[in-house]
Design a protein. Structure first.
Length: 154
DNA sequence: GCCAACGTTGGC
DNA sequence: GCCAACGTTGGC
């Protein structure tokens, strides 16, 4: 059986975790996802080695800020059990966790590829992150979108 | 800070 | 199971 690696775009608010933070630490647990669709992508879709576009959202210049990769399969997000955390979920039980996270490993910091620039490339027109009203923090990326962005930023 | 889009909640 | 109200996301 062959293992087909996939590609993902993952949004992070740089005020919380930026590409510089990831570069500094080398890897990070992708905590705080509280949307079922995004969770399911992590839980059911991601494999170790999958490519990640690290995207800065809710900031002055939203856009792709670097490359990373999935370094650990989905496991329970510890912040859901932490009453001090803003991601605490009182409805989640340790024996039956509701939320998952993967670990992500730093690969490269790039120039910012702004959302506004991404909109100008027909090659990227199908990306979910460009769709009106898109709010999903984790979305699949096709192999051709991935290599196009690599050629822009590499 | 505004507000469109959209997911979740909960009453019925 | 419907759907209105509510909360959140995130670009601008």
């Amino acid at each position: 059986m062959t293992t087909q690696h996939l590609y993902w775009l993952m949004k992070s608010e740089p005020d919380d975790v930026s590409i510089d933070d990831l570069q500094r630490t080398g890897h990070i647990g992708w905590y705080g996802v509280r949307n079922y669709q995004a969770r399911n992508f992590m839980r059911d879709g991601m494999q170790v080695g999958d490519g990640v576009l690290f995207y800065h959202s809710s900031c002055a210049q939203p856009g792709v800020a670097g490359f990373a990769e999935v370094s650990k399969l989905a496991y329970p997000d510890p912040t859901q059990f932490d009453a001090e955390s803003k991601y605490f979920d009182p409805k989640s039980a340790v024996e039956k966790p509701r939320w998952q996270q993967v670990d992500v490993r730093f690969i490269a910091k790039t120039r910012i590829l702004p959302l506004e620039e991404m909109r100008r490339y027909p090659e990227l027109a199908g990306m979910q992150v460009l769709k009106k009203g898109n709010r999903l923090s984790i979305t699949p990326v096709t192999a051709s979108e991935w290599s196009f962005i690599q050629s822009l930023l590499g």
